[in-house]
Each structure stands twice: as C-alpha cells, then as structure tokens.
Write a protein that binds this ligand. Structure first.
Ligand SMILES: [Zn+2]
Ligand SMILES: [Zn+2]
Length: 254
C-alpha cells in the first residue's frame, strides 16, 4: 500500500521534472542546433535529408560506394593496393555534413544518447544490405586507457553494446586491447597513418572460440588502417571471418 502510494506520488514529480528539463534544455539537432520537433530524434528533418546512405552499389571488399551499372566490377580501384586482413568492410553512411557533426558531438561532447541512433542505423544497414549474414560476436575497436580515462567512454563500445543486443549476440570487450596511444588518423599524412597504428593493438581470446564470424565495430572508417591493424591481430589470435563495420566512411581520404 505504502509502495503504491509512493509510486503514484513519484510519477507526476518525475514528469514535472522531465518537462522542466525539456523546457530549459530542449532537445537540439546534433548538427544545426535547431530545436527538435516532438517526432524528431537527434537530427532535424532538414539535416537528415542530407544524409548519404551507402546502399546497393558498394565495393565487395572495402565497402566504398562505387558508381556504374549493376553488373560492373564490384571492387573499387583502391582495393588492390590494400593488404587487407578483414574479410570485408562495410559502412552505412558517408562521413560528411550533419552526420560528421553528429559523430564529433557524440565523441567529444558526451552526446551519449546518440549511440542508439547509430546502432539503429547499423542494424538497418545489416538488415537491408547484408541479408542472411549472421554474426557470432561483436568486438568494438578499443581506446587506449589514457584516452578512455580522459573521455570516460569508448564511442565504439557504446554503439556496440546496443547493436549487440539488437542482433542478439555477445559483446566482447576483453579480446582486443590498445597497447599504445595513437594519434588521430585524420591529423596525419597518408604515409604516416599506417606506421601510426602498426603494433598498436593486441588480441587474446579468453573464451572458447571456434570459427566465429566477428563483427568488428568502429565509428568512422578513414583509411581502413585501424580496422586493418585490429583484424591482423585478431587473425593471428585465431579469428576466422571478420566484418569490419563503421557507422560512417570518409571516402576522400582513400
Ligand atoms: Zn539540423
Ligand atoms: Zn574497395
């Protein structure tokens, strides 16, 4: 009885508190900072209309969008130069405009509520572009502990936790580790990017593992070097099949 009275009392208070919070801090678009309409989530309709989803026509190996007729070569021209260790890479969106603003806000301004939006975007990509593909485990690209300590969270892990639940697969955060801090790839010349991530990662499977299909997850594919370096150590530790997946892909850098 007492409990029933208490919850009846708590609910209106919470509602008033949430309404007040929304009044003083109305949800804003992650890109243009306009106030969101009640039916909008994270991005306003105008910013969202500029999203470029990667669908149907993309490189079989690295996932880069390709143009041309449907029966043309399914590999992009950058692929032969890459010694790749992942089985395939895939990204749902081009890294540009409002999405890029959103990723930056998510990473550096603690907009953690965006993790669900990005997880849903990836889930829809998997459902529509990778029909019939089954993953066994999700492994997020780790941050170095100093950066983790500074930021307080790993953006890939935040998305990965939700996506793993949507896919009904386990999230393994202990397998991959970052042995040394690396500089952000975007600030380096093309030549230095490979050296930057070489030997930066280590992998060790702590659970029984046999020919599983790994979903390796990061937020942005810039050159592919980070995902490639992670895939290399995962392969050396016994991984069988690796799909390297990112929310976004920056195509100009390749
Ligand atoms: Zn907007
Ligand atoms: Zn390619």
């Amino acid at each position: 009885m007492l409990r029933a009275q208490k919850s009846a009392y708590e609910n209106p208070i919470r509602r008033i508190y949430e309404d007040a919070l929304a009044f003083f801090f109305p949800p804003m678009c992650a890109s243009c900072k306009e106030r969101l309409a009640p039916d909008e989530d994270i991005f306003c309709g105008s910013c969202r209309s500029g999203f470029e989803y990667i669908s149907k026509r993309f490189c079989d190996l690295c996932g880069a969008p390709i143009h041309g007729a449907p029966n043309e070569e399914k590999r992009c021209r950058n692929c032969p130069a890459l010694p790749v260790h992942f089985t395939r890479a895939r990204a749902a969106l081009l890294y540009q405009g409002a999405v890029a603003d959103g990723i930056i806000a998510f990473k550096f301004n603690r907009r953690l509520e965006m993790a669900e939006f990005f997880a849903r975007t990836l889930f829809m990509f998997i459902e529509t572009e990778m029909k019939g593909v089954r993953f066994d485990v999700l492994i997020p690209v780790p941050l170095h502990f100093l950066r983790f300590f500074h930021r307080g969270y790993n953006q890939a892990e935040e998305i990965g936790r939700i996506l793993a639940k949507m896919l009904g697969i386990p999230l393994w955060t202990e397998v991959l580790s970052r042995r040394r801090a690396t500089k952000p790839q975007t600030r380096l010349s093309h030549a230095k990017r490979h050296a930057n991530v070489r030997d930066a990662f280590a992998a060790r499977f702590t659970e029984p593992y046999s020919r599983a299909h790994i979903l390796l997850l990061d937020d942005v594919y810039t050159t592919g070097n980070t995902l490639n370096a992670c895939s290399k150590v995962l392969k050396e530790a016994g991984a069988w099949e690796i799909t390297a997946m990112t929310v976004c892909r920056a195509i100009k850098s390749d």
